[in-house]
Design a protein around this ligand. Structure first.
Ligand code: CA
Length: 231
């Protein structure tokens, strides 16, 4: 793990110091930025393995930074949001963040999230050796090439969206409970609420459904979860 570098962008210096200390105990390299401008510079210079990104930052907001990072990079991004700011969580995920933690959080929880997101990202890269083609409805996925087509047109999916859709296609016609999907895609040690899942389902629907508001393939099973149907 010694080659893993985490970029922490957080303007509360005691919190940033505490995060840095705990990540270093785990053997990660850590860069800290206390404002948006420094965060952007360190992101470009440092090529981090993962970014911890506070939403409320001086100079450039965390949400704007998330959008900028995502334009050029697939790096795992965990947003740090204030308590009770549901809008920030959803906005961050919509902009391509992979996960979030809500202040106040325990270092144990933060470290679990960091580990899970790094592992998830690494697994995605290892996937390139696996040959698997999946299809259902208008969708076809080449897992080995990490390519998706919808009705013959190439569509870009974020890593978690890709895994989620692949999970549905491997289990076509079967009810996938929310717990099962979260465990399969986010890992058994996921601490977050299920809003993350709903945001990802919404994003996938936008990309595969003729009318995302009236899904015909990725359908909701009320109170239980979702399933992929194609007839
Ligand atoms: Ca802040």
């Amino acid at each position: 793990m010694t080659d893993v570098r985490v970029l922490v962008i957080e303007d509360e210096e005691p919190l940033a110091d505490s995060i840095k200390y705990n990540l270093e105990l785990e053997g990660y390299g850590v860069d800290v930025a206390h404002g948006g401008n420094a965060g952007l510079r360190k992101f470009k210079e440092g090529d981090p393995s993962l970014v911890l990104l506070d939403v409320m930052l001086p100079e450039i907001s965390g949400l704007d930074l998330c959008r900028m990072f995502r334009a050029t990079s697939d790096v795992p991004i965990i947003m740090i949001t204030a308590r009770d700011s549901e809008a920030d969580k959803v906005a961050g995920l919509e902009l391509g963040a992979d996960d979030y933690v809500t202040k106040p959080f325990s270092m144990r929880e933060l470290l679990a999230r960091v580990r899970a997101n790094l592992r998830r990202h690494g697994m995605k890269e290892d996937f390139d050796f696996e040959s698997e083609v999946l299809s259902g409805g208008p969708v076809s996925m080449d897992v080995a090439r990490h390519e998706v087509e919808v009705a013959g047109e190439a569509v870009a999916l974020r890593p978690r969206e890709f895994e989620l859709l692949a999970t549905f296609l491997r289990n076509r016609g079967l009810l996938m409970t929310r717990d099962r999907l979260i465990t399969d895609v986010w890992g058994i040690d996921y601490f977050g609420d299920t809003k993350t899942l709903d945001v990802h389902i919404k994003r996938i629907r936008k990309k595969i459904e003729p009318d995302p508001k009236k899904p015909q393939y990725l359908v909701t099973v009320r109170g239980l979860g979702y399933k992929f149907v194609d007839d």
